[in-house]
Design a protein around this ligand. Sequence first.
Ligand code: SF4
Length: 333
Amino acid sequence: MLKHYTIPIFIPELACPFQCVFCNQVKISGQQNIPQQDEIINTIESYLATFKIAEKVVELGFFGGSFTGLPIEEQRRYLKIVESYIISGEIQGIRLSTRPDYINAEILNMLSEHHVTTIELGAQSFDDDVLKQSRRGHNAEQIEHASAAILKNGFNLGLQMMIGLPGDTLEKSIFTAKKIISSESQCARIYPAVVIKDTLMHQWYNMGKYKPLSLEIAVEWTKQILPLFETAGVKVIRVGLHPSEGLVSGEELVDGPFHPSFKELVITEIWKDLLAPLLNNDINGNIEICVPQNELKYAIGYSSSNKKMLLKKFNSVKFVADASVPNRSFKIR
Ligand code: SF4
């Protein structure tokens, strides 16, 4: 099976003209410096040296800001750094993230000429009121137009959504997920909104105007959203904010549902719902539960929580990886 690798290059957008209420872009990208050519090459070389599997697809990702908001010459300069690796076959494509209103025909042409394969848009929400309250500076229609243009020009499309922004509700988040699916996005990221130091949301939080979702509620919402994508065949490539150093150490995080194992918490809850009926059936004593290999840790649960739940009824609970069990299901032995 092909192994997918991404080499991340963070380019903070220091001069972004927008002020999304949740964003302190310098802090969220975990660094303040714009990486220079030699730093980017060093990063690429050191990542490539760690990719041992022969059957692989390697992409370079420009993340951290709105790539296509940079002056077009600067975009070309960054993309050209990667070109020799594309020609040598060491890197197969480039992905980048940007804003929906930073997409136009000229930009798409240029990106296409420079081996960009995937464009991810920070959609955040398809609800215009949430977008307005979050001061995104674009509306849902612009996300739809940009998404269609990206696909029409032969790129892969990715859409990122945030849950718990000002004005957001579970229904609006589910609506956003459904719009991402109907936009025919190939991949998605789900981020719970958190309060980061020195953002507008931080000010509102201090004034009592904004309250982030609790971790429990964020997990509950995501538990309902993630299966929508999975059922529709949209690959969810990130669930939860990337644990950049500043956030993990708590220096920049003021409040909100940040957890380094957020995805594990969510899928643990999905499994909890699947396994809970076992507490009410007639099986007693010892139980062996066969699950797919890639679901084993989620079935057992974060901190073995699902196993502990079942141990309240059974004398012993054993989870076993079984290749014959279809995804997100189990059988009892
Ligand atoms: S999230 Fe908003 S404020 Fe932050 S870099 Fe992107 S567009 Fe600019």
